[in-house]
Design a protein around this ligand. Structure first.
Ligand code: NAP
Length: 253
């Protein structure tokens, strides 16, 4: 018999893309899921899919870079579903530009959503995890953490999340809490579609070019990433912490 219990998970940025796939996957494994995104109405589709499959989910509107909204959202999930013991820091934005054209707003927005957002969400959830003696935190890094032209802000945030993850692993391990990062390569979502549009390339051609540079000869789907996240969040994964798993269809070098 699986030892996975019905624990409550929060997935940020879960209205679509990797976050939505992750929310569905965790729900299918028996988690009740707090589906967080900027617009609660946008979370409805994810919540409806989960409940149609017999799962439990709650749509919550929250800007993860806002301290008060994060506090209120986490409290709402705890009150309506139960203490959040699994957290997936997935919410993300892009504001790509070459350094000489990147303004302070581009920088602050990206650092704010990814790094400050992961910090605020993890801090708000850790008290429930410490009390339970169990917790799983997974943050979305990226292959861009290794450096990517036009993404100084995003690469800094995604590399920062790796250091953040390793530090949480060291601080929180004695409370039964693990922290890991998943670093996707090219995944087909609205985010990569927007990048294709920004550089003026059709999305099909953009995907074909990315697939040609990938060892397995294809681009990734949100479910490829959700499966890796699900591994780290499993009750049985308690001896795996502080790791960064690249989900990129091959080695990156
Ligand atoms: P996506 O389709 O653009 O979805 C991101 C979600 O996050 C959107 O629903 C977005 O809401 C939400 N969001 C943005 N800012 C937020 C905020 N301040 N508070 C709460 N939610 C917010 O992106 P994705 O491709 O699934 O990416 C998910 C994560 O994986 C991101 O962290 C991304 O950096 C990372 N990643 C993606 C790829 C890839 O190839 N797709 C590769 C490596 C890493 P709105 O739509 O309202 O803005």
């Amino acid at each position: 018999m699986s030892t996975t219990q019905q624990r409550v998970a929060i997935v940020t940025g879960a209205a679509r893309g990797i976050g939505a796939a992750t929310a569905l996957r965790l729900a299918a494994q028996g988690r009740a899921v707090g589906v967080l995104d900027l617009d609660p109405d946008a979370c409805r589709e994810t919540v409806e899919k989960i409940t149609a499959d017999g799962g439990t989910a709650l749509a919550v509107g929250c800007d993860v870079s806002d301290t008060d909204q994060v506090r209120d959202a986490v409290r709402q999930v705890a009150a309506e579903l139960g203490p959040p013991l699994v957290l997936v820091n997935n919410a993300g934005v892009l504001r790509d530009n070459l350094l000489f054209k990147m303004d302070e707003t581009d920088w602050d927005t990206v650092i704010g959503v990814h790094l400050r957002g992961a910090f605020l969400m993890s801090r708000a959830c850790q008290s429930y995890m410490v009390e339970a003696g169990f917790g799983r935190i997974v943050s979305l890094s990226s292959s861009s953490a290794l450096g990517n032209r036009g993404q100084a802000n995003y690469a800094a945030a995604k590399a920062g999340l790796q250091g953040f993850t390793k530090t949480l692993a060291k601080e929180l391990g004695k409370f039964g809490i693990t922290a890991n990062a998943v670093a996707p390569g090219f995944i087909v979502t609205d985010m990569t579609a927007a990048t294709a549009a920004r550089v003026g390339v059709g999305f099909d051609d953009f995907q074909e070019a990315a697939a040609a540079k990938t060892a397995v000869g294809r681009v990734g789907a949100p479910e490829d990433v959700a499966r890796a996240i699900a591994f780290f969040t499993a009750d049985e994964a308690g001896f795996v912490s502080g790791q960064v798993l690249y989900v990129a269809g091959g080695p990156l070098n």
